[in-house]
Design a protein around this ligand. Structure first.
Ligand SMILES: [Zn+2]
Length: 146
């Protein structure tokens, strides 16, 4: 699906709010994605798009209100690009906890992060699933009569 979106830096048009701007190379990320969404057809009609293009080309800084940002955040709630995923420390910590204590922690985090941090949740799952299998096999092995 192609939706027109205005580049917040140069006012050029892109085919998607998360795309790299063909005119200036700007690529929105993090909070910038919220603004990019607000400056797209997801949020603006034809006239709104043209008006915001003019404002940006006039050099006006686009500062959406907290309410507008919230609207974008809700619309993009499960959007992967707004979730940076697990940090290196979180990654290592989760792996250690999974291995040394119980893989249950990974499953709890997965359930907890699923909506707010979908990318982190998937990474937690990817770490936890193999450990769970390993754990189960080990337990079955230790419990089997010899
Ligand atoms: Zn641009």
């Amino acid at each position: 699906m192609s939706t027109r979106a205005v580049c917040v830096r140069c006012g050029g048009l892109r085919s998607s709010f998360e795309a790299i701007c063909p005119s200036c190379g700007h690529r929105p990320d993090g909070e910038g994605l919220l603004i990019a969404w607000l400056l797209s057809e997801h949020n603006l009609d034809e006239t709104g798009i043209e008006r915001v293009q003019l404002r940006i080309r006039d050099g006006e800084a686009i500062r959406p209100s907290a309410r507008m940002l919230d609207k974008a955040r809700r619309a993009l709630g499960t959007h992967f690009s707004t979730d940076a995923g697990l940090s290196g420390v979180e990654h290592a910590g989760l792996l250690a906890v999974n291995l040394l204590l119980t893989p249950l922690v990974g499953w709890v985090l997965f359930a907890w992060w699923r909506t707010a941090r979908p990318r982190a949740a998937l990474q937690a799952l990817r770490l936890t699933l193999p450990v769970t299998v390993l754990f189960t096999v080990l337990v079955l092995y230790l419990m089997s009569p010899r």
